[in-house]
Design a protein around this ligand. Structure first.
Ligand code: MRU
Length: 348
């Protein structure tokens, strides 16, 4: 199994996802500032993994606070939260995990030392729960994947795998479960310009586990669907609005349009912590813009002449009407029926 975030010997170990697949390196994080930097620079990335990393970042920050006065401690902890919140704007799991950590601190009635201990326990719980959540998402996905006489060929975009979560993955969780059950023929992976998470990370995960994978460039999906090569698309999400509109890696929206045009089912796999019920629709989801270098430079090679301007939104929003179902740990729901996922979540 691949675990991108591990708590070990009083520090956090992160698989450095900026170096894969050429180098498997682990970065050791001891301070909240370093965790914020690791999230910003995408050493750790993917919505649920960012949430888990931020939760540990909150504990590391708490550990750095020297006062024994509860009120002063909570004030300082709010500063740590602010720093971590400022790293990446789109994935709501980041904000969800930080809020849960702050709630733990505020509700813990003991000494500052005891609050710190509760914070570590909550971060570890967030980590463990996400792993179980992903396994449940993967297995619920099996119920909605098309029933075909042949084994399935699925297409995914970006990396919503073990690397993007506590382990197992959301979209790749569905792929893993299908593979385990003998229902998967092959995964097609979009390369996912500009940062190439599909080419670098999704293929790496598949190769680790012997899942047959075919890499295509982002502009090949329509052609592949036209040829009947794709049975269903499964992607992850960074934030889902209450009406089912789903933000995910840039290019997901065009993939959903292409899938609709070819009658290929389009699934979004995500934990309930990715659903932002406070946002009525996807137009309110903040979209991160990243450096233009990501577009004009590949390795050391500059691709464009001087004088060109760039626009580099890292995510787009797929409207709910293009999504066949949203697969959560509580089951699969029509996007228009997401409130039922929430009711079940409250009931749990
Ligand atoms: O910019 P990234 O690599 O953090 O974007 C990741 C994605 O868009 C994933 O599809 C999403 O976070 C879901 S991860 C289970």
């Amino acid at each position: 199994m691949i675990y991108p975030v591990i708590w070990q010997n009083n520090s956090v170990l992160l698989i450095d996802q900026t170096r894969l697949p050429n180098e498997y390196a682990v970065v050791e994080i001891h301070r909240s500032e370093d965790m914020a930097q690791a999230i910003k620079t995408m050493i750790v990335r993917g919505a649920p993994a960012i949430g888990v990393a931020a939760a540990y970042g909150m504990y590391l920050g708490a550990r750095e606070i020297e006062t024994s006065q509860r009120h002063e401690f909570l004030q300082h902890l709010e500063k740590v939260a602010e720093l971590l919140r400022s790293t990446r704007p789109t994935a709501v799991n980041l904000f969800w995990a930080i809020s849960r950590m702050l709630k733990t601190a505020h509700e813990s009635l003991g000494t500052v030392a005891q609050i710190k201990e509760s914070l570590l326990q909550t971060a570890q719980a967030i980590n463990a729960e996400d792993l179980q959540t992903c396994q449940a998402i993967g297995d619920h996905g099996l119920a909605v994947l098309p029933k075909t006489p042949h084994k399935l060929t699925l297409l995914t975009h970006c990396n919503a795998g073990a690397l993007a979560t506590a382990g197992y993955g959301t979209a790749l969780g569905v792929v893993r479960s299908a593979w385990r059950e003998g229902r998967l023929e092959r995964l097609f992976a979009d390369e996912t310009r500009p940062r190439l998470q599909g080419a670098k990370l999704t293929t790496w995960e598949c190769v680790q586990e012997g899942i047959p994978v075919t890499l295509i460039t982002d502009n090949m999906a329509a052609h592949c669907m036209k040829q009947g090569l794709i049975d269903a698309v499964v992607v992850g999400a960074d934030r889902i609005a209450a009406n089912g509109d789903a933000a995910n890696k840039i290019g997901t929206y065009s993939l959903a349009i292409v899938a609709k045009a070819h009658n290929v089912p389009f699934f979004v796999a995500a934990p309930l912590s990715t659903i932002d019920f406070a946002l009525s629709d996807g137009s309110k989801i903040p979209i991160e813009e990243r450096n233009s270098e990501e577009i004009y430079q590949v390795g050391d090679t500059i691709l464009t002449p001087a004088g060109v301007e760039f626009y580099n939104p890292a995510f787009d929003v797929t409207p709910a009407n293009l999504i066949t179902a949203i697969i959560t740990e509580n089951g699969a729901f029509a996007p228009s029926n997401l409130s039922n996922a929430q009711i079940q979540a409250v009931a749990l």
